[in-house]
Design a protein around this ligand. Structure first.
Ligand code: NAD
Length: 423
């Protein structure tokens, strides 16, 4: 039998948008505006490799919408990055910032590359040259990048340094909010690294409260053990939940008696970021991973993981989407029919951009915020968004993703109606 081609991320995001737009009877003009991004920037830029040869890289920045504030979204270095993927991820950022009540719009960018093939020095030159190529298409009050898959605080420091070097000396200090997710000593926010994972766990706690379920002793699986997956596991561990299987790009491991989160993290640090070869668990197949019986599944890697193929295998009560776009529309329909709850990406992983907003404010006001204050404010915003989404789902008798889109898009629709269209 011929295999049905899976929808791409952008097609899934468009389907999800159309479903919400139909249900909320979105104004036809606003619907047309939101269906396409404002700007799509593609740049081919040269970089010198360690051996003196030249390679040309393709970098993207898609600015989806800025009616609520500056464009905001991460930069991803990955071989799957192309214009369509970035368009889908940029639109998700517009919905996420609106849902979280932030004065930001949505954008996303990245470079089509496999970073494991390059030295640290090469990654630095690639990052700096990409920043230079973007020039004033980004800006601290215009479009503010942040870390995403395979990018980190070190790269944000290089972006900031390169961007500031293009400004006059007197302007430099006023521009450090050009990126968020910076190292703390370079103007970053205490707790920004952990914030996405912490936000994931705040949403899981709200869900458990509604279900009257005790998370102590609850079991969960995680896909991706990077910035989001590790920190989500770290905070689940603090609540007494038990990690029973993990998958990343290097392998898949399981242990029904529980995997020691911090010990696994130490292993990945010595093992190029990978979970393979970890002695505290056995190697399992990908199918075994998806069919592991657990209370909660936290996808925290790439998009299109819960699909028509994998959703039938799932034996969980909840999918908490740490990743962006991990569930495609076919996979979602199967999960809903099976009674699996979903905390959708734009709600579940919004802790990252909320903390980025705090970092941006901290820089603009030349303040330093303390961790307890960051986490307190983060929790308030995440819980408010969670309640808005679940109340809207009940009101419209719809699924949680459609409800999250409705909350976000309604806000944007109101602002378009208030401001009107120029001229
Ligand atoms: P990361 O680079 O720190 O980690 C990515 C993880 O995914 C790694 O553990 C990697 O091994 C794993 N992975 C890659 N390919 C895989 C595959 N084919 N199968 C299984 N695992 C694979 O990235 P991150 O920042 O943790 O981002 C993870 C997800 O969370 C992405 O979807 C990202 O868009 C989303 N997200 C990140 C943030 C943030 O603040 N970093 C915020 C919101 C959402």
């Amino acid at each position: 039998m011929e295999k049905v081609k899976q929808k791409s991320l952008i097609e899934n995001v468009q389907d999800q948008f159309n479903k919400a737009a139909d249900l909320m009877k979105l104004d036809i003009g606003v619907r047309k505006i939101l269906a396409s991004p404002h700007n799509e920037i593609v740049t081919n830029f040269p970089v010198m490799m360690d051996d003196g040869s030249i390679e040309v890289f393709k970098g993207y920045r898609v600015q989806h919408n800025n009616i609520l504030g500056p464009y905001k979204g991460g930069l991803r270095y990955h071989q799957t990055i192309d214009q369509g993927a970035v368009m889908g991820l940029a639109a998700l950022m517009t919905w996420k910032t609106a849902l979280s009540g932030l004065p930001f719009g949505g954008a996303k960018g990245g470079i089509q590359m496999d970073p494991s093939k390059y030295s640290n020095k090469e990654i630095e030159r690639i990052t700096r040259r990409f920043t230079f190529a973007l020039g004033d298409n980004i800006g601290p009050d215009y479009d503010i990048p942040a870390p995403d898959v395979n990018t980190n605080s070190q790269m944000m420091a290089w972006i900031m340094d390169t961007y500031l070097s293009t400004k006059s000396p007197a302007e430099r200090q006023n521009n450090i909010h050009i990126v968020t997710g910076k190292p703390v000593k370079s103007g970053g926010l205490e707790g920004r690294d952990a914030a996405t994972g912490l936000g994931v766990v705040f949403t899981i706690e709200e869900w458990a409260r509604d279900k009257k379920m005790d998370l102590k002793g609850a079991t969960y699986t995680v896909q991706g053990f990077g910035k989001v997956g590790y920190w989500a596991a770290h905070f689940m561990n603090k609540l007494g939940a038990k990690l029973v299987a993990v998958q990343d790009h290097t392998g898949t491991i399981g242990n029904a008696n529980g995997i020691d989160v911090e010990d696994l993290y130490k292993h990945t640090k010595k093992n190029n970021g990978g979970v393979n070869g970890y002695k505290g668990a056995s190697e399992i197949s990908s199918n075994d991973f998806f069919s592991t019986a657990a209370d909660i599944f936290i996808p925290a890697a790439l998009s299109d993981q819960v699909t028509g193929e994998t959703a039938p295998m799932l034996k969980v009560k909840l999918i908490a989407e740490g990743a962006n776009g991990p569930t495609n529309t076919e996979g979602e329909a199967i999960c809903i029919a099976k009674g699996i709850d979903i905390i959708p990406d734009i709600l579940c992983n919004a802790g990252g951009v909320i903390a980025s907003y705090f970092e941006w404010l901290q820089n603009k006001r030349q303040e330093t915020w303390e961790l307890a204050e960051v986490n307190d404010r983060l929790k308030k915003k995440v819980v408010l968004a969670y309640r808005n989404v679940f109340n809207t789902a009940a009101e419209h008798k719809t699924d949680t993703r459609t409800a999250a889109y409705i909350v976000a898009i309604s806000k944007i629709e109101s602002v378009y109606k208030e401001r009107g269209i120029f001229p």
